[in-house]
Structures are given as structure tokens and as C-alpha cells.
Design a protein around this ligand. Sequence first.
Ligand SMILES: Nc1ncnc2c1ncn2[C@@H]1O[C@H](COP(=O)(O)OP(=O)(O)OP(=O)(O)O)[C@@H](O)[C@H]1O
Ligand SMILES: [Mg+2]
Length: 327
Amino acid sequence: MRHVYGVANRKGGQGKSTTVSTVARLCALYGARVLVIDLAQPGTTTSSLRDIWPDREHSDLSSAMMSFHLLPPGSAPAPELALAALEAVALPVELASQPSWSGGSIHVLPWDEMQSDAAAHFLSERVLEGFIAALAPQIDLTFIDFPAEGGPLMTNALIASDHIIVPLIPETPALEGLEAMLRLLTRVRASGHPINLAGILLTRCDQKNKRVFEIVQTIRQSGEVEGEPLGRRLYPYAVRQTEFYEQAFRYGEPIWERTQDFAQWAAYVLLAEQILRESGLERLTRTRRGPALMPPETRIFDISVLLPANSEVMLGDFEKTHATLRA
Ligand SMILES: Nc1ncnc2c1ncn2[C@@H]1O[C@H](COP(=O)(O)OP(=O)(O)OP(=O)(O)O)[C@@H](O)[C@H]1O
Ligand SMILES: [Mg+2]
């Protein structure tokens, strides 16, 4: 079983890149070997990893993709050919691993501006899948920052993904992006690829904003949409709205270098742990360290409780209530 998580929403600006970058760093910190594929213009995920970017030359993913533009529909590149094409452009870039990562790593296939054009020449929808399969022996988990526009690059990304995480800011137009994404997943499944909605992650949530709870209610009451029980797909923890994410991006650093308040990124720790467990890497989650070492009184923005007044829950209590999460 491959563990490829696409992070996608048909509407932009929902926190895709922030999610990929933050969760990839956390999974590496737990010791996972992570591959990040950045397909999203203008390469925000790629540039958000600047602090650990090594000083070495590489060429473009789009050049490696072009080697396979004549591959017939339905076929994936042979692993040795895919590896050779990546080696020719010195990809993936291996980021400078931190001493605290205890064996974890991050490899990146960075964004470049020719990706969409390159993919437009594809006959096969399985080129990206072939690259991921070729790298599989050195990788535990893959995250794909999805392109915004539909087309062959998006199709390749969907076929390469097993699970989709949809980040969502609590605003009504964002729900349209979610619905459009769900329709797309239905189409992909109908084509024979078993892609699964891993979860919906509320991002940029402000405690004082009543919209958060209206959106949660709307999602809960929507029942099944495109065969998905939406309420049950909502992650119970929400990412807080904080300027530290913008700052972190500006400096190309993780948010925990900008603030020491664990509450600001706690949802991403819980998400990273959930992904590791789903991927058979539960053993890695047993010891929390560094930015994951949240004190039990860390405030979790718990959206499984209905009343805004109760939404601040201490980590210790949150984990008791959601025992299945850390079972
Ligand atoms: N939790 C947060 N609190 C405050 N700002 C945030 C948060 N998460 C992301 N942002 C900011 O919101 C903007 C959009 O986030 P991000 O770039 O991650 O979204 P995206 O879905 O990748 O967007 P795009 O569609 O442009 O690729 C960025 O400026 C980012 O710094
Ligand atoms: Mg982005």
C-alpha cells in the first residue's frame, strides 16, 4: 500500500501549501522519510522550505516529465526509466535533515513554471504515479501540493494520490471548492482509481468568528455528498488563524521558529500523527519531541464540540475524549 496524500481544494488560498509544508516537516521530525511534490503555482511550498534547502543545483521536474510524453494512455513509466529521468535533472532535492529528525528526511520535487505545459503533452495519466513508485524504496510518505487548475497535471496528481486532504477556510465560498473537489473524486473513482477522502481540515479559524461554527454545522448537516459522509470526514481539530504563518513563509521557516505558543500549530501535530498512524508508522508517534512536544495544557481548537464557548479544550482532555485518535 502506498501512502500518497494529495492536499487539494478547487478553490485557492485555503492553506494547501501551509499544510503540506508544516505536516511534511512534522512527519520528518517523527523520523518518516517524506517526499513532497509541489505542483502548485507559484511554488509556495517549495519556497516555504528555504531554511533547510541545500546549496546545490538541480534542473526541472517538467524536463523529467517530458521524457514520458509519448507513453501511451494507461501505462506508467518503468521505475528504472523514471529514476534515470529524475537523476538527469538532479531530483529529488534532499533537504538538509535536522539532527532532531532521527532518521527522517524530506525529498522535494519542486515546482517549476513549465509543469502544466509539460503535462499538456502527456498521453498517459500515470506519469507522476510512475515517479512516485520509482522513489518508493526510499520514501515512507508522499504529500502532493495540488495544482489549482484542472487538466492533465491535475489528472496525473489525482491518479498518483491514494488519499485527499481538503483544507478549508471557514467561509461559504470555500464550501463550493470542497463540493467541486468531491465531484472530481467521484469521477476519478468511476474511472477505476480508488481514491479516498482522508479528511477536511478547517484552517485559519478564529475563535471569535461565529462563521466557524456555522460552517461546521453546515458540513455536519449536509449528510452524504458524492457518497462521502462529510460530518465524519471533518478533522476534530482546527488550525488557528495567526499571522505567524505568513511570517514563517516570509522567512522560509517553520511556524515554531516564529512563536513558542504550541497552540498555534497543535492541529498540524495532531494531523501529522494521524497520517503517520494511517500509514502504518504508528511506532514513530510514540515519542513527541521538539515542536511536537506539546504540554498537556496546550489549547486545542476542538470543533467536535458544538458551542463556541467550549471550543478551547486542553490537549490532555482532548486526547481523552478522542482516545481513538491515539489508541
Ligand atoms: N492558519 C493560518 N493563519 C493565518 N494565515 C494563514 C494560515 N494558513 C495559511 N495562511 C496564509 O494564508 C495564505 C494562503 O495560504 P496557503 O498559501 O497555504 O494556501 P494555498 O491553498 O496553498 O493557496 P494557493 O491556492 O494560492 O496555492 C498565505 O498567505 C498563508 O501564509
Ligand atoms: Mg499554495
